[in-house]
Design a protein around this ligand. Structure first.
Ligand SMILES: O=P(O)(O)OC[C@H]1O[C@H](OP(=O)(O)OP(=O)(O)O)[C@H](O)[C@@H]1O
Ligand SMILES: NC(=O)CC[C@H](N)C(=O)O
Ligand SMILES: [Mg+2]
Length: 504
């Protein structure tokens, strides 16, 4: 999952973009980048690393201009090479840069088309570079010297015709403005906001509304599935238009389960509230299926599961305790690139406080169990800390299928629940009892706040993919290309940074 941001202001936007990216850091820890535009020239700083490490004061001083875009990356295509960090740039037409969250499912075919019919060169294995070139080609097709909102919308309509998969993107066209758009299923989130200044209104688009809040922008609304937003470079015009023929809401439910910050509002649903309801539904299920439970204490696995665990404990009428201390300097483990690193980090990140475990039957709660890296380690720690029995509850159903829309879980064999029954998963992670949320309950926990969300992408639980273009051959290829071993090999390749005013 990546984070994207775009700002059109009336004074330098470098600080606003930097700050927004730090607020979106939980969406991608591998690479960060900012591109600004000043007086017809682009300035770029991007590299592997966290926002604060990649963009230092000396870079900030040289990121000039009152319009810019930014990105934090969690790679789901290509490699972790810094050359694939974002924003990307193409010089024709006009000079366009782009930051993208999501994953294209027909990138292979588009790459071929871009070469054969569009005569465009793609320099990396990143699907985001493909998306940028498709968009650039569609802008060029309008055949205009001056790009206005109509041209931008026609180009986005062209993108929707050709591209499949998940994409929330923000593009910057030198001299003309910023164009942000969301795929016709709205798989990845995108919203926009405004703030009044003495010099006029400033606009910002962002993956999550929390970035708007923290920067003093008022959230206007989510960008609808298939919709595009155009903000002119002078900040005087903001226009929106539906550019897809058959848009529908099918957002990724994993955003609500794990990815997004709880204080964000996505598609008019406050993530925090959705997580509280997940906890409530999970408590209902426990009371239904295990009325004579002997749970003494509910303990969350920090950070993400806290919200659901708190409500679960409340609904069960059982004590809630913070039994694991989290090292605040270690990032999210699930979005780290390799299994060795993920495993090591769980141990470094979480430490049990025996006081809360000794002689008790504990119910550990996590938002999800994906590879089982966290749950396996944590259950072992809980036992070592003196727990009598260790039960485990997951606020999401069993993850049994790969994700193809921007979450890096490409290989079935890496998923602990694939090919295993619930009892077998319990055994594999070492739990005395395991409770998974039912899918209908998870969907309802989110939908209650916005009945317009008729569908969700729930493919990692069901194997049904909302774009309808995923078959066994696609999944087999994905698994071969992106399993942990393949990534390890690829990421060992030499690092490089493209030359483009890459301030150092
Ligand atoms: O079964 P696994 O493969 O271990 O994946 C699931 C775990 O990974 C995530 O935590 P993470 O440490 O990434 O982030 P958090 O601190 O936000 O909970 C998630 O919250 C689960 O705890
Ligand atoms: N998680 C994402 O949104 C990743 C975007 C893009 N597919 C990349 O790998 O860079
Ligand atoms: Mg976690």
């Amino acid at each position: 999952m990546c984070g994207i941001v775009g700002v059109v202001g009336h004074s330098p936007v470098n600080q606003a973009i930097f700050d927004a990216l730090t607020v979106l850091q939980h969406r991608g820890q591998d690479a960060a980048g900012v591109m600004t535009c000043d007086d017809g020239r682009l300035y770029l700083r991007k590299n592997n690393g966290l926002v604060r490490d990649v963009i230092r004061t000396r870079h900030m001083l040289r990121l000039l201009g009152s319009m810019g875009i930014g990105h934090v990356r969690y790679p789901t295509a290509g490699s972790s090479n810094s050359a694939e960090s974002q924003p990307f740039y193409v010089n024709s037409p006009f000079g366009i840069s782009m930051a993208h969250n999501g994953n294209l499912t027909n990138a292979r075919q588009l790459r071929e088309e871009l070469f054969r019919s569009d005569r465009r060169h793609i320099n990396t294995d990143s699907d985001s570079e493909v998306l940028l070139n498709i968009f650039a080609h569609e802008i060029a097709k309008q055949g205009k010297l001056h790009v206005d909102a109509d041209d931008a919308f026609a180009a986005v309509a062209g993108v929707h015709q050709r591209v499949r998969g998940a994409y929330a993107a923000v593009a910057m066209i030198i001299g003309y403005g910023i164009v942000a758009f969301r795929d016709p299923n709205g798989i990845r989130p995108l919203c926009y906001g405004r703030r009044e200044t003495d010099d006029g209104v400033e606009y910002m688009v962002s993956s999550e509304s929390v970035a708007l809040d923290c920067l003093g922008f008022e959230r206007v609304r989510d960008v609808a599935p298939g919709e595009a937003v155009f903000i002119s470079a002078d900040g005087k015009q903001l226009a929106t238009r539906q550019c897809a023929e058959q848009p529908r809401y099918a957002p990724c439910i994993f955003e609500y389960v794990y990815f997004a910050r709880p204080d964000s509002i996505i598609d008019d649903v406050l993530v925090h509230e959705a997580r509280l309801r997940m906890g409530e539904r999970l408590a209902d299920k426990i009371l239904r299926t295990w009325p004579d439970h002997d749970i003494d204490v509910v303990i969350p696995i920090p950070d993400t599961s806290r919200t659901a665990a708190l409500q679960l404990a409340y609904a069960l009428g059982v004590k809630y305790a913070e039994g694991f201390m989290k090292n605040r300097y270690i990032g999210r483990t699930f979005i780290m690139p390799g299994q060795k690193q993920r495993k090591k980090s769980v141990k470094q990140k979480l430490n049990p406080i025996p006081f809360e475990f000794i002689g008790k039957n504990v119910l550990l709660v996590d938002d999800s169990i994906v590879r089982g890296t966290t749950s396996g380690e944590i259950i072992r720690m809980a036992r070592e800390a003196g727990a009598r029995r260790v039960y485990f509850a997951s606020a999401a159903p069993a993850v049994r299928y790969p994700n193809v829309y921007g979450i890096d879980m490409p290989a079935v064999e890496e998923l602990i629940a694939a090919g295993r029954s619930e009892a077998q998963v319990a055994e594999a992670i070492g739990a005395d009892r395991l409770v998974y949320q039912d899918l209908a309950d998870l969907e309802e926990a989110v939908r209650v706040a916005n009945p317009k969300l008729a569908h969700f992408d729930t493919s990692c639980f069901t194997g049904e993919y909302v774009t309808g273009d995923i078959d066994g051959a696609y999944l087999r290829r994905l698994e071969t290309e992106r399993n942990d071993q393949a990534k390890l090999q690829r990421d060992g390749e030499e690092d490089s940074v493209p030359e483009l005013y890459n301030v150092s």
